[in-house]
Write a protein that binds this ligand. Sequence first.
Ligand code: C2O
Ligand code: CU
Ligand code: CU
Length: 462
Amino acid sequence: MKRRTLLKTGAAGFAGACFPTLSLAMSSADKASKAEYDYILTAEPAKARIAKGGDSDILGFNGQFPAPVIRAKQGKPLRVLFINKLDEATTVHWHGIRIENSMDGVPHLTQPPIEAGESFLYEFTCPDAGTFWYHPHMNSVEQLGKGLVGALIVEEETPQDYHDVVIGLKDWRLKNDGSYLPLSIPREAFRDGTLGTIATVNGQQKPTIEVPAGERLRLRFLNMDNTRVFNLSMRDNAAQIIAIDGSPIDKPVPLDVHPTGAGMRLDVGFICPSEIAKEIPIYDMKGRFGVEICRLKTVAPAKKISKKTGIPALPVNPIPAPQLASAESLSFVFEWAGALSPSDAQGQVDHNFWLINRRAWSDHSHQHLPEPLAVLSLGKTYIFELHNATPHHHPIHLHGLIFTVLESDKKTITPFHTDTILLEKNERAKIAFVADNPGKWMFHCHVIEHMKTGLMGYITIA
Ligand code: C2O
Ligand code: CU
Ligand code: CU
């Protein structure tokens, strides 16, 4: 099989010119095993200019930020040779992929940690097309917080008539000189989480992303931040949501304001104005006010494009339909143990502030796994009744499966597929899925500090 390079240059010219442009094709591990993988990915310390006033010590996939965009094909195997060049153990998790359990990248639960200097071949097939991402599942406050997050795009079996624009969002806890602030502050960890101080889009502060005039765009927003919720909006510009968290929706709907929590994604279809140098701002809304996160700017297209009209729906992924009539319901209550008030030990988060069904699991380096939150029978449909009994929001994520959101007591739901549901404070919601993927699957909040302070567990499907 022919090796792919890390980046296809075609789209990169219009992607804000900020993605690394070349692969590590010539690394030494390469030569022996050319046929055996599609990508080499390392995790390694590096320097990057994020703050205006100086370089930062980051942890980067292939030493870069933003990390290389990995592109896979729906239904085709993807092989990534991962090399750990950090000075500590790590793993790589492929967020949103209905993957084989042994490739899910959770230390102890699905594989031994990949120790410093070791490598691991991740090999799996992506059954669904869409916008996914990858990140470690160890020492996550630091490893993700310092840059180990990247986009994984799974292309449809049949190419779609959209021009791709990847918009990767991540904030950093940096001072202006590029040095770090404490990545986690306990009194924040037990609220909404510690917010970054410098916002980046594809590694740059408030970039202007060049896009071809008159083209139909697929804006792939990825919230790869540890903490923040982006209330994505393009205001008066007629944009339409075409996929939520990687899963296409049946019929595109107008994008008004879409709350996108940590770990979540949003695909938006948008037809660019045909005038050159038109600027289209993109916002994170706070009530009626918007903070601009980046803007698009039209440039002359490289090649002549046909006139685009309408925002076509994407092909729906092959997610099995839940059999609600025969489903078993299980309830999960997320609670706040805020009464255990945090002591402000120098940025160290060693508390349990959060519980799932009265249990906290915060120790990812444990040798002994706790009992699963639930054991599900393979092939059966389950309804999870989720209750966020805390005064804070939580993007609750399930590995290895894609579920359907059925209802909520806070908003009207048109059922949709997702791997992460953003629960508002005190919200109750119902989700359903067919437990068709055997293994041990993490079930946790994607506010990384919440996960590290108890809001984490797993379910077993057997
Ligand atoms: Cu992005 Cu445990 O996941
Ligand atoms: Cu995940
Ligand atoms: Cu949370």
